[in-house]
Design a protein. Structure first.
Length: 119
């Protein structure tokens, strides 16, 4: 059993090394660029937090408010939800890019907190 576990670990290590050496994929033309995606995600996460604090009794009310605020975020960045969802899907399928985006998202949120734009 130990030998099998070691072999599996060795194979996973080799595969991980090979994958990490691969070039990052180029996004298709219609995908939102990483910086804009990070800004959108920061705004969406802040909006989710605000809506959760509203404590609506009905889930439907919460969803209606969130959908309206999300629509405003998309309008702010001149992006439609179809393009946003396609971009999110592309980045989710490419975790190394998604990690970069979320690192930038966290930086944006940290900056907003330092400037006391959020609590």
């Amino acid at each position: 059993m130990k030998i099998l576990t070691k072999k599996i670990f060795l194979h996973l290590a080799i595969i991980s090394t090979l994958i990490s050496c691969l070039e990052k994929p180029k996004p298709p033309a219609n995908v939102i660029d990483q910086k804009t995606m990070a800004k959108i995600l920061a705004d969406i996460h802040l909006t989710e937090a605000k809506v959760n604090r509203l404590s609506f009794q009905a889930y439907d009310s919460t969803q209606v408010v969130f959908n309206e605020l999300e629509r405003r975020i998309m309008a702010k960045y001149k992006v439609d939800t179809t393009r946003y969802k396609a971009s999110y899907r592309f980045y989710a399928e490419n975790p190394e890019l998604m990690v970069d985006i979320y690192n930038e998202t966290l930086n944006i949120l940290d900056d907003k907190k330092k400037r006391k734009e959020i609590n």
